[in-house]
Structure formats: structure tokens, C-alpha cells
Design a protein around this ligand. Sequence first.
Ligand SMILES: Cc1cc2nc3c(=O)[nH]c(=O)nc-3n(C[C@H](O)[C@H](O)[C@H](O)COP(=O)(O)OP(=O)(O)OC[C@H]3O[C@@H](n4cnc5c(N)ncnc54)[C@H](O)[C@@H]3O)c2cc1C
Length: 586
Amino acid sequence: MTTIENASLEDLPEDIPVLVAGGGPSGLFLSLDLARRGIPSIVIEPRTSVDSYRPRAKTTNARTMTHLRRLGLAETLRDAAPLPVSYAQDVIFCAGLTAGTGQEITRFRQAFQLVPGRYEHQPECGQQVPQPVMESVLRDAVAGSPLATLLTGLSVSDVEYGHRRSSRDISGPDSPRARVDVSDTTGRRRAVECRILAGADGGSSAVRRSLGIRLDGGSAELSNISVLFRSRDLGDAITLDPAVQYWVLGPGVAGMVGRMDLEGTWWAIIQGVDGRESFDASALVRSLVGAEVDLEILATDPWTARMLLAPSYGRDGCYLLGDAAHLNPPWGGHGFNTCIGDAANLAWKIAAELEGWGGPALLGSYELERRPVAERTIRDAAANGQALAYHFADPALRSDGAAGEAARHQAKESLAVKQSEFDSLGLVLGYEYSSSPLVVPDGSPVPAEDPIRYVPSASAGALLPHTWLDRSTSLYDILGPGFTLLVDAGSLAGVAAQEAYEPVLAAAARHGIPVTVAAVGPSDGGTAMATHWQADAVLVRPDQHIAWRGTDPAEAAAAIGVAAGWPLAAPSQDPDRSSRVRAVIP
Ligand SMILES: Cc1cc2nc3c(=O)[nH]c(=O)nc-3n(C[C@H](O)[C@H](O)[C@H](O)COP(=O)(O)OP(=O)(O)OC[C@H]3O[C@@H](n4cnc5c(N)ncnc54)[C@H](O)[C@@H]3O)c2cc1C
């Protein structure tokens, strides 16, 4: 629809299918993903403009880039990003940055999935991009969307639940609605009703408070100061290779610094400070970079890493996502990416609910699937926070001769602990939903949790293993907007996939479940898809996770009901029954 800046309360309809509180990355992405599924939504956001002086997230990982590709926004974001992937891909740890001190200690190559050219594990590699640029791209996409509306200058003040007359959560004419109090900048309020309320309103979420949910967890002992600055000379003064992040461990201030763009804008994070003390940002940055370069401080942002998780992600058609549900330390760059993962998981479930094909387990599965991901991410990010620059800082690192060599060698060995912060594919792509009621387990073990090592697996609940079908066509490009049954072309013996798996189409049609059936393979390089999947067929959910794999069309037909949230019937005792699973759909 549109974006209305400084909207008035009168711009709000009285009854809204989906109201999204918060137009940060989580809320905007959710609204766009819903729009792609034909669902209109209204996003309420107090900020009229994006604050380019608070860059916050820079790491957009390969999974988030792939979600953006699904929405047709990956290229737009790369074009808008001020640092192309080709500029730098490594994180360098050093004793100092400039002549005389600029000694590299170690580096982590292709950090954050920054891989120029064709990427193997997803159709998109990672991208470094300041969060305000990302938000602008999302805001522009909302402005151009016929179904998403962003109203700025308004905020959600309070939420009241009620109107619940039926036993089922939110479907049917008697479904409960949330009554949401929206206020404008003058404090004037207006109540509107919505069927689904998404609380994407950040760490101090008003929606979460209205739900009576308190975040559990704690904070790091020491704070950090983010500094955004301009320097004409710093780029030339650095004697090391280009890097996306430099971690400086010398005798001065310890911390991180990197380019924001190629025009002389930089960011720095000074780690391990007392947030209550006053500070001189120029002095801190000069000490960090170790040179008397020109500096124009644009903004400072003191912050403390938090490890906080909501015990519940909501109920009765009202759900929390993003920072409203979890706050993680930024070490590893997962925070914002976890938010996009939430939005992608929730969007198709909301669509299913509103379109009437979602079963009773569908919306509840959102918390069951996403909360453990946040828990694991917080755990890993908190562990990364135990090894910050000042833990490794040592004046001996800049020494000449044998003493310096020994110190740098020792530091390099100790810094091996940082690998999972930069090389975290196991965390980024390896999370899975095998315990979800929406997947049909096939008895095979799911790959063990490992933050670094990603083992592609087509087991139920895992992310669809990515392959290229030719030079430029990704397997993911074949996926439809709803469910997709992918069938190994080699297994079909000349029969069309739609014919061989007709029971799936029939079951889906009976219940209005959107499904595409497609024959694929082999992958670029000639490997049969059945070899990748260890099965002839996989049923892929709208969020690209696998709900079922197998060979039996009748089993696949039952699995699609389970994947849409209908209960799994007890296995038949009849040994002649071909189907091991049966969904109970009224
Ligand atoms: C220093 C720093 C560095 C970071 N680096 C990274 C990184 O490298 N990679 C990464 O993945 N993550 C990083 N993060 C985390 C990332 O910034 C957040 O996880 C992300 O912004 C969360 O997005 P969100 O949309 O859930 O919440 P927010 O970005 O907080 O957006 C919430 C929105 O809700 C609005 N709002 C607030 N109250 C209301 C209300 N009452 N009604 C309606 N709207 C409301 C706000 O104005 C805001 O726009 C970093 C964070 C910090 C602090």
C-alpha cells in the first residue's frame, strides 16, 4: 500500500488482519513476507526516519541474504551496501594497525560467509551492511508493496486481549481479537482491533509488557562503546590488508575497528569499559588505531551485552519476535539475523491461519521452533563475549625480536577460541526443528549441534541442503511460495512428478494447502538429488525447512497435513498399509 510518515490516528482502519508493532528489521521483514503471501498488514513505528548514526548490526549472514532473495531483495541490498563483498572478507587480529605497529597476529578467512562469487551452502553469501541501510531497503520495499503499510509517528501503548468465545485459538468468526491502543506524538490514543498482533517492538517491547512476559537472563559485567567517525587519513595509515574487522590487541585501548564505507566513514567498538564513566571518544579511537589521524566523531553509543530470552513467545494470536523476544550479545553478529529467522518462521504460519489451512498446532509451533534457536544463539554469543580484545591485549605483541615473536605466536594459538565467532556456519544454517509437531521424523539422527561445522542434511526439520542446478540456478529458485514437494527426477522413470505424487496434490487441494510438486536434478556436477537427500522426495516448507522425506506418495500426502499443523495420527497397526503417517484433518 504505502508509507505514511507522521501518520495520524485517523489513518488507522478500525479492524486490521495483522498489526505489526515496530518497524525495525523484524517488523518490516514480517510485513513484506506476509505481503508476498498475499496477506495485508499495518506496521506501527514511532521513528519517522532511519537513524544512520546508529549503525548497530552490520553482519547480514547467508541465511538472511537467502531470505531476502526469497523476497526479491538480495540484489537491492547488495547494491545499497557501501562495502561490496569483494572489498574484504577476513577478520584480522593485530598488534596495531599502522606503520611500525601493524603486525598481523592471525586472521579468520571468509568470515560471516563473505565469499565472493558463487556460494556453496546457500544461494546467497553473507553481506556486511549497516543496519540503517538494511532498514532503508526494507522501508522502500514496504513503500512499493501493495499489501504492506508503514505508519510512522505512531506507537503501540497497550494491548488488551479478549473477545474469545470459541475453544480454538483464533480461527473462525468467533476468534479472539487483540484490542490495541495506538498513540500519536501528542499522546492522543485510539483503539483498533486486529486478528494477529506481532510484537516486533524491540528490547523494551510494549507488547511484551502487555502480555505480562518478562525477559529472563542477565547482562555482561562491562559495557562497550560504539563510535561512528570520519577520517580521511585512517585508510592510508593502515598498513594491513583490507579486512571487515580489525581487532587491535596492542598496549593502547583494545577493541575493534572497521570501514563503514569506502568514503572515509568508520566504526569502532571499544570493549570492556565502565558504562557509567564519562569518556573522550576521540582519545579512545586514537589510542585504538594507534595514530594521530584526523577524526570527526559522528556518534557514540554506549551499550551492554545482554543475554535475555522471553519464557513465552506469546499466545492467542499475539506473538513476539526479534529483540522483543530475545536479546543477544552482538559477538558473532547473530542478533538481527535471528530476528529475520523469527519473521520468516512466523509469516507463513500467520498466512496459513488467516487463509484457513493451518491446523491447531501451527501457530504454537512458532515458539517451539524459534525459542530453542534463540537460546542456542544467546549461549554461543555469550561464550564469544568471554574472549574479547582486552582479554588478549598485551604490550609484548608489538615487541621486536624473539620476545615479540613468541608473544604473537602464543596469542595466535589462544585466538583459535574465536573461530566460532566468525566461522559459525553450524549455527547459521545448522539449526533444525526436528522436535516440532510440524515435521515427520524418519528415524534418522539429526546432525549434532556444532557452531562451526555445518553438515547439510535432509532429515525432517533441517534446512533444505542447498545445491546449484546449473551455473546460476539454485535449487531454492525452484521452490514455490507455499510447500514444495521436490522429487528426484531420476526416480520418476518417465512419469511426471505431479502424476506420481498425485495424492499429495489431492490432499493439499482438499484442505487448501498451497503446494508445488516439482521434479529436479541432478545437481550441477551430476549428483542425483536422491543422493543429496537420502530419499526420492522431500517436502519443503515455505521457510525452506524440510517437513518430510521419503519415497511413498501416500506418506507424503499425509505429511503435508502434519506440516500444516494438523495432528499426526497414531501409526497404523495394519502391516499392509503403505502409509506410516496419517494427518487427522477434520
Ligand atoms: C552495537 C550493536 C551491534 C550489533 N551488531 C549486530 C550484528 O553485527 N549483527 C546482528 O545480527 N545483530 C547485531 N545487533 C543486534 C541488532 O541491532 C538487533 O538484534 C536488531 O535491531 C533487532 O531488530 P528488531 O526489529 O527486532 O528490533 P529493533 O531494531 O529494536 O526495532 C524495534 C522497532 O520498534 C519500534 N518501537 C519501539 N517501541 C514501540 C512501540 N511501543 N510501538 C511500536 N513500535 C515501537 C522502535 O522504534 C524500533 O524501530 C547489534 C546490536 C547492537 C546494539
